[in-house]
Design a protein around this ligand. Structure first.
Ligand SMILES: Cc1cc2nc3c(=O)[nH]c(=O)nc-3n(C[C@H](O)[C@H](O)[C@H](O)COP(=O)(O)O)c2cc1C
Length: 358
């Protein structure tokens, strides 16, 4: 049995039929999970490992009028397999048209957002607003599953209180009956947005209550958190947003822990583990991320994306605030590169944990 098969059999089998054989994946994040970040994270994936990869949230009302593959949100590279774009929507025609375009683009699955809490989503009755209307939410899933043979997943938020758990259970059961292949639960309520702690016990309770796959998300900052979430909740796949964006080498650390084969570029190195090693790797990733942002998005948009990435992820760095101001000050990529090289010339410390706010 190969190492990868061993790793597959040590975690839950429910997602294996979809080709997923590694326990950690990246969460969809507007402004972050574009081609540049996905490529930076993907370089750490062990050979033969397969997990779904998100896009930024795509509005199904807009997609039918866009040149999918030629907008910054839908740029993709040839080596990007298992892309599962996330759509936001509630209108049948728009969902059908969007999925048709995304299939041609190369989607290998579709994720539906039922967790977005922004006012606009509430006003248009999509995102987390769908969680208030179980029947309509199930209809939205049916609209998607009837438009494609690809797996359709749903990402949603927690029940408001533990007494609402029955509601959540009925809600996800309806989604599954409409054809949802799996559910991802981010156990923070809409009111919590992305702050406060994620209530992993809801992932566990859901995992135990249903027979279909459950993906757990929220508060994963280190590989120890990945292992703890698996152990505490029994979830079939762990999804990390801000943590994995800041520490893409978590995939490498896990591969090393499991003895999995690494891509050639990593073979003669050891995964960073100490705060200084992680600080240095963050610097390497950031330089690479900046180059990719410049290449794919050009100066204006590219710089904005790098600044946003730094604002979100530098919270783990001891001097993250300095990095934020350096990136704000840099007027072009050349200045940014020089500032980053200067900053990381001095060994930087990356903390394991921080209070997540952004
Ligand atoms: C900047 C940012 C943008 C996000 N955009 C989306 C989104 O488009 N769709 C979605 O389902 N969740 C979105 N989320 C939520 C994340 O997918 C995830 O559920 C949340 O950050 C909790 O996971 P974490 O604690 O690992 O970051 C976003 C989060 C952040 C920080």
């Amino acid at each position: 049995m190969s190492s990868l098969e061993t790793s597959r059999s040590t975690h839950n089998e429910r997602l294996a039929s979809y080709g997923i054989n590694f326990p950690l994946c990246l969460a969809p994040m507007v402004g972050l999970t574009h081609i540049a970040l996905r490529l930076v994270v993907r370089q750490y994936l062990p050979l033969g490992a397969e997990v779904p990869w998100p896009t930024e949230m795509l509005n199904s009302r807009r997609l039918p009028n866009e040149k999918v593959g030629f907008t910054p949100e839908t740029f993709r590279a040839d080596e990007e397999t298992f892309l599962m774009p996330q759509i936001l929507g509630n209108d049948e025609k728009a969902i059908r048209e969007s999925i048709k375009r995304l299939e041609i683009w190369g989607a290998q699955g579709i994720d539906i957002n039922m967790g977005c809490p922004v006012q606009k989503a509430l006003k248009h009755n999509y995102g987390v607003a769908l969680m208030g209307d179980p029947q309509y939410a199930a209809d939205v899933v049916r609209m998607a599953t009837q438009s494609t043979k690809l797996p359709v997943s749903v990402k949603l938020r927690a029940a408001g209180t533990s007494s609402d758990f029955q509601y959540l259970l009925d809600f996800v059961t309806g989604l599954h009956e409409s054809g949802a292949a799996w559910i991802c639960l981010h156990p923070r309520t809409a009111a919590q947005k992305r702050r406060g702690s994620a209530d992993w016990s809801q992932i566990k309770t859901l995992r135990e209550a249903v027979s279909f796959p459950v993906v757990g998300n929220g508060d994963i900052q280190t590989v120890q958190d990945v292992y703890q979430m698996q152990e505490q909740t029994g979830c079939d796949l762990v999804m990390s947003g801000r943590g994995l964006a800041a520490r893409p080498w978590m995939l490498w650390q896990m591969a090393e822990d499991r003895g999995l084969e690494l891509p050639e570029a990593l073979r003669n190195r050891e995964a960073p583990r100490t705060p200084e090693e992680e600080g240095a790797e963050y610097g390497r990733c950031l330089l690479q991320f900046s180059e990719l942002c410049e290449k794919y998005f050009g100066e204006d948009l590219g710089l904005r994306k790098v600044r946003f990435y730094i604002r979100t992820t530098s919270v783990w760095l001891q001097f993250g605030h300095t990095l934020v101001s350096l990136s704000t000050k840099s007027r072009n990529f050349e200045e940014l590169r020089n500032n980053l090289l200067d900053f990381f010339k001095v060994p930087q410390v990356m903390h394991s944990y921080t209070e997540l706010r952004q």
